[in-house]
Design a protein around this ligand. Sequence first.
Ligand code: HEM
Length: 449
Amino acid sequence: MSNIPAGSNKSRIRKVSRNFFLHIHAPRVNLRSLKLTTTWGLGVGLVVLFLILILTGVLLMLYYTPSVGQAYSSVKDITYVVRGGRYLRNLHRWAAHGMVILAFLHLIRTFFTGAYLKGRRLNWIIGVAMLLVTLFLSFSGYLLPWDQLAYWAVTIGSNIAASAREFTDALGVTQAFDPGGLVKRLLIGDEVVGQEALTRFYMLHIIFLPLTLLVLMGVHFWRIRKDGGLTRPADSQEQDIHTWPTALWAELAVVMVSCAVLMAMALFFDAPLKELANPLLPENPAKSPWYFLGIQELISYSAFAGGIIVPLLFVAFLVSIPFRDREDAHAGNWFSGSEGKRVTLASLAFSAIVTIAALFVNVNFGWLGDWFAGVPQLLIILINPGTVLAAAYVGWSSYLRRRTGSVHFAAMALFTCALVGLIILTYVGVWLRGPDWEFYWLRSSWPVQ
Ligand code: HEM
């Protein structure tokens, strides 16, 4: 029996350190970290969605059969025969999309509050890895229903993986050296999507990727504790309070809002299930999942540049941010004050104008290959709307670096440009590209198939 009085400092600290769930937290937390406008509850929302995905995923696994012959009918059974199965599937599907959206929003929040500064480099890099794993976790689940949507989305995805072939083809060495083919084979185990791909995606989806994410999450939370809690400005006046119970109530509120939104979505919107996959009848347009449609738009200009070079440059930029930017004074302040806000707004306008202009030229007048007969493919890989946009964003960021004398503002400029570009390209891919990847202002003007 302990004789520590209930409600005393000691008893609260004890509660936190003895309980497994509370133990993830430090015994004390700064009041600022609990404000909605500091985190928008995005990190906790991500954890909630991940836990829901595991729970619903395990239940779906009881009914799902990962074989080309039975996958589709087992998903149909889940949707139409199993009691509550449709709702379960909806929860799983919308939680997966929600996780991708929240991971991007959380990336944006941590970036614009300078949360990678002040020694939080490692956690930022772990975050980038978690974003990539989240994307592939969602993508690997996309194939499992084995319907037309799944089949053709993954076929496009696997072609993106093989897009180094455009480069080796241009050099005429693909017969001897085929890294694109190797990556594709590793991913789908064959030249076309079939049982090999389904087995691989299933294993990745139910074991390898969730476990990887779980481990990374553990390290992510451990680092937050080690780094002394969430980032806050050096001049922050707010005091520390006991984690138990205030912080836990705040988290519980986020848990409840996340669950309520997801449950309502699953009630009103059904997860799509098209006809059984038909390898002989491509969907037109065949589109990858929405979060890869920005990349698919770039691929329509050059497969190698759009599918490999530009995405790799983006990831390299994300990883390099905390190594290049060491201006710790900006940590914890949204947009780093008024100058940062101006940089962000100007970069937003710059990126929107340049990206839309590049799209306009491409849609209305074509590109190098249309203008000059016999242009070598290598030149198109080097100069296409994707690489031109990347160069324009980098040019703008270096201009601001010189103007403001700050690497931090230059990083903000490049991040904003890349993000705005990605959003515009994704929008075009989702809404404005119709059959044969033609550009249409309205979906209603798509030709009738
Ligand atoms: C995908 C799964 C992820 C989960 C479950 C997750 C979870 C969390 C949680 C719970 C927090 C504390 C509360 C909050 O800031 O909202 C946090 C903080 C943080 N996260 Fe994540 N995160 C994920 C992805 C990412 C990504 C993509 C990045 C960025 C590349 C990132 C970077 C950070 C950083 C730097 C912090 C510390 C924030 C600070 O000091 O203010 N995380 N994360």
